[in-house]
Design a protein around this ligand. Sequence first.
Ligand SMILES: Cc1cc2nc3c(=O)[nH]c(=O)nc-3n(C[C@H](O)[C@H](O)[C@H](O)COP(=O)(O)OP(=O)(O)OC[C@H]3O[C@@H](n4cnc5c(N)ncnc54)[C@H](O)[C@@H]3O)c2cc1C
Length: 395
Amino acid sequence: MSYVTINKEACIGCGACVDVCPQSALYMKDDKVEVNEKCNLCGACIDACPVNALSIPREIKDSACLADYRGVWVLVEHDGKKPVNVTYELIGEGRKLAEKRNTYVGVVLLGNNVSHMIDDLGSYGADKVFLCQSPVLEHYRTEAYGDVIVDMVKAYKPEIVLSGATTQGRDLAGFVATILETGLTADCTGLDIDENGNLLQTRPAFGGNIMATILCPNTRPQMSTVRPKVFPVPEKTDKKPEVINFDFDFSKITIRTEVLEYLPFEEKISLADAEIIVSGGRGLGKPENFEIIKEFADTIGAAVGASRAAVDAGWISYEHQVGQTGKTVRPKIYIACGISGSVQHLAGMKHSDIIIAINKDPEAPIFKVASFGIVGDVMTIIPLMTKELKKRMNA
Ligand SMILES: Cc1cc2nc3c(=O)[nH]c(=O)nc-3n(C[C@H](O)[C@H](O)[C@H](O)COP(=O)(O)OP(=O)(O)OC[C@H]3O[C@@H](n4cnc5c(N)ncnc54)[C@H](O)[C@@H]3O)c2cc1C
């Protein structure tokens, strides 16, 4: 375990670093600072030191070494039958990055009896499938999946590794990046390549108030998780990928979790995959009025979304929030009810195919992005629409 490095010659014993350390890992001894095992390398002390006596030990790989890394990889997430959509989205984006780096797109497919997904992954653009199959990999477990991927990365040296910013993807990417001692940018909303070939990883920072572009210039692979629906699913082709079977000795690892029973997660609110979303905002006026939105959504087979104002007011839970600090969605139809159309809300839904806005204010910004707008009281319009649609469906 490494801790912050102290240059005792330079240290003037001012104690500024001790005051800012959130872990109480720094203390004074003989007028010089010392560090204990509580240090987690957060770096808070570095900026506080007026004489630059503190630094974080980092191995800087030379550029020749970095050049050994080639290829853009996507970690496949699947339910045993087929990959989840974000995998396809990342293959599509990975292709663009790979073209800029003049390299290949690889996918990492782990599981038990999962080879039926190979052609499907190829058809979405994977040039190579790195495959490891074992009963140990039947269900996702951090250590088993993570250890295989770490060994694969060491063997094949990809320069970029992408995974979905899902529960599994976040967990797995964090494990792999930590073992490989490389950088990981979570929850990216944009990816590109700079003139030096580094991955530009853009994500909201400081509570969404700014967009930060993060680079990982000194280590490889460069790792990112990306939210579902940020990128479109690419067109299918009849491409057949090369398959690389990867042997892994599972007896060399200790897996501390045992799967007793597997209960598939059935998401009630599948906002990310919904083709139609009806979202409610502060214009609904009170929490009970969400029932009218829910009834309308049920009638047309839609999922229910919400603005942050509605979520913050406690009218509906956070899982429904659409926007910069909520979910990014890309449905065929997005119906915004009593939502003004703030930039933060638009950030999560502006890529919807058709946007229908209902708002009593004809000047509301949501109308600027809407394909169809209805100016009026949402509490009058939605019940009328529900009634009419129910009548037509039963006709
Ligand atoms: C860092 C940061 C991150 C944020 N992240 C998000 C996010 O992820 N998602 C998000 O949504 N917001 C987010 N916000 C908040 C955002 O700035 C807005 O405050 C929020 O989107 C407003 O929600 P709203 O449109 O429901 O409410 P308002 O802006 O109050 O709009 C209500 C609208 O309802 C209309 N209305 C009122 N009564 C009726 C009626 N009876 N019939 C029809 N229309 C009616 C009004 O004309 C108005 O246009 C974020 C803000 C910050 C600073």
